[in-house]
Design a protein around this ligand. Structure first.
Ligand code: GTP
Ligand code: MG
Length: 415
C-alpha cells in the first residue's frame, strides 16, 4: 500500500499540557505503524472546545489549508473526539477524518493474521461504529439543518445501521466462540497440569517477544521462537511456551502490547487473548528503559492491567534494552534481550516468584508406576539415583503442591 499523507491535529485542555508532547509522539508512532506519513502537526490548547466541531473556526481554516497545501489524503485527530464533531470537521475541511481509535483499529486489522484475531478486530471496529451511531443519533443531520422529513430519514438509517452492526457482531461472536471451544480444551489441559504460569506484559515494542525468544534460546528450545519486530503491535495472538529452567518448569505467555488510551472496544474484544494475563500467577512487566517516556508508559500499562482485571497479580518489573542505555540507572533488574545480559538473574527471580517453597525428598517408584514417574517428570525436577530390584530410586525437587503426587513413595534419606 503506498504511504498516505496526513495532517495530525491535536486538541487538549490546559490541564493536560504536560502530556501533550508525549501524546503527539505516540500518535506519530501509530501513524508510522499504519503506513501514514504525518506531514504537519496542528495543535490547539483550549478549555472550551467548540461544541460543534471541537476546533475553533480559525484552526479549522488552518487545518483545511494545510491539508490542501500538502495534498493530504486524510486528517488524523490524535485525541478522542465526539464522532459527530469528527464528521463535521471532515465536512468543513473537505478531507476524511480518522480518530485515534480508528487508527489503532486499522493497525490491528493490518496485523491480524489468525482467524480469531481477525474476528476480534472486526468486532472491535463494529462496536466502535455502533457507539458512534448511538452517540450521534441523527444529530449530524440536525446540524446540517435538514428538514423534518429528512431528519426522519436519518433516524431510520441509524436504526437500520444499529441493527446491521448488532447482527454482524452476534454472528462474529458465534464464530469466535466456536474457535475458542477448540482452543479451550488445549487450555484446559494446561490448567490441569498445575504448572505455574507467567505472562509477559508491557507497552508495545518494549521487547516482550524478544524476552520470550531469549528465554527459549537459554533453555535450548530451538525452533519455537515467536515473531519479534520493530513495529507497534507486532504480536496480536497470545503464544505459550513450556520453559524448563534448571530444576524448574513453567509456562510462559507472550501477549499483545498496551498503548495509552487503548480503545475499550479493543480491550473488550481481546478478552480471550488477555485471559492468559488474568489467569497468570506472575506478570513480567517488560519496560524499555531506553525510551525517554518509560515512566509514563509503565504507569499506563499498570493502569491497563487494573482495567482488565489483573490488578491483584504480582508483577515483576524488568528493565529491558540495557544495551541502548547511555546513562547510569538505579532501575533493577536490568536486562538486554539482545545481548542476554542480566537474563540469568531474571529467570532465577521468575522461578523463585513462581515456586516460592520447594521441597526436596527421595522416593522409590516401583517399575509398574513408570507412568506416574513420566507424568511427574513433565512438571518437576527428578534425578534418577539408581535403578534397583524394587524400582527407580529418585530425588525429587519441586514445589510442594506438585511433588505431592509422589509423596506416598517417599523414603527416608540416608544421612
Ligand atoms: N537494542 C535492543 N533492542 C531490543 C531489545 N529487546 C528487543 N529489542 C528490539 O525491540 C523491537 C521490539 O521487540 P519485540 O520483542 O517485538 O517487542 P514486543 O514488546 O513483543 O512488541 P509488540 O508485540 O509489538 O507489543 C525489536 O526490533 C527488537 O529487536 C534489547 O534488549 N536491546
Ligand atoms: Mg510481541
Amino acid at each position: 500500500m503506498p504511504e498516505r499523507k496526513a495532517i495530525l491535529v491535536y486538541g487538549y485542555p490546559s490541564r493536560e499540557k504536560g502530556r501533550k508532547d508525549y501524546a503527539i509522539e505516540e500518535c506519530l508512532s501509530l501513524c508510522d505503524a499504519a503506513g501514514i506519513k504525518a506531514v504537519q502537526v496542528i495543535v490547539q490548547q483550549t478549555d472550551h472546545p467548540d461544541p460543534r466541531i471541537f476546533f475553533h473556526r480559525g484552526k479549522v481554516e488552518e487545518i483545511r489549508s494545510a491539508a490542501q497545501y500538502h495534498e493530504a489524503d486524510l486528517i488524523i485527530a490524535g485525541m478522542r473526539m465526539p464522532w459527530a464533531s469528527a464528521r463535521r470537521l471532515a465536512e468543513e475541511a473537505g478531507f476524511p477524518v480518522m480518530d485515534s481509535t480508528e487508527l489503532i483499529l486499522e493497525i490491528f486489522s493490518m496485523r491480524a493474521d489468525s482467524r480469531p484475531s481477525q474476528i476480534q478486530v472486526e468486532i472491535a471496529a463494529l462496536r466502535h461504529r455502533l457507539s458512534s451511531v448511538n452517540e450521534s443519533g441523527d444529530s449530524a443531520e440536525h446540524s446540517r439543518g435538514g428538514t423534518i422529513r429528512n431528519r426522519g430519514a436519518g433516524e431510520i438509517r441509524s436504526v437500520q445501521l444499529r441493527r446491521e452492526y448488532a447482527a454482524r457482531i452476534k454472528e462474529l461472536n458465534r464464530q469466535l466462540a466456536k474457535l475458542e471451544r477448540a482452543e479451550s480444551s488445549a487450555q484446559h489441559r494446561r490448567r490441569r497440569s498445575l504448572l505455574r504460569r507467567a505472562a509477559l506484559v508491557g507497552y508495545t515494542n518494549s521487547g516482550k517477544s524478544s524476552f520470550m525468544n531469549r528465554v527459549l534460546q537459554m533453555c535450548s528450545h530451538p525452533g519455537t521462537e515467536v515473531l519479534e519486530e520493530d513495529q507497534l503491535f507486532a504480536t496480536l495472538d497470545t503464544s505459550v511456551r513450556n520453559v524448563r529452567w534448571g530444576m524448574q518448569h513453567f509456562l510462559l505467555y507472550d501477549t499483545v502490547g498496551f498503548v495509552s488510551d487503548l480503545p475499550h472496544e479493543l480491550v473488550e474484544s481481546f478478552r480471550s487473548t488477555l485471559q492468559s494475563v488474568r489467569e497468570a500467577d506472575l506478570l513480567i512487566h517488560v519496560i524499555d528503559i531506553s525510551d525517554p517516556q518509560y515512566e509514563e508508559k509503565t504507569r499506563v500499562c499498570e493502569q491497563t492491567l487494573e482495567e482488565i482485571g489483573a490488578g491483584g497479580i504480582p508483577v515483576l518489573r524488568v528493565y529491558n534494552k540495557a544495551d541502548k542505555l547511555k546513562e547510569e540507572t538505579d532501575c533493577t533488574p536490568l536486562v538486554s534481550c539482545r545481548t542476554g545480559e542480566g537474563m540469568d538473574t531474571v529467570l532465577q527471580m521468575i522461578t523463585d516468584a513462581l515456586y516460592p517453597q520447594e521441597t526436596v525428598f527421595e522416593c522409590l517408584i516401583p517399575y509398574s508406576k513408570g507412568d506416574l514417574l513420566h507424568r511427574a517428570a513433565q512438571m518437576i525436577h527428578i534425578d534418577i539415583l539408581e535403578e534397583n530390584n524394587e524400582g527407580y530410586h529418585i530425588r525429587v525437587k519441586g514445589p510442594e503442591q506438585l511433588s505431592g503426587m509422589l509423596k506416598e513413595y517417599r523414603i527416608e534419606e540416608k544421612p
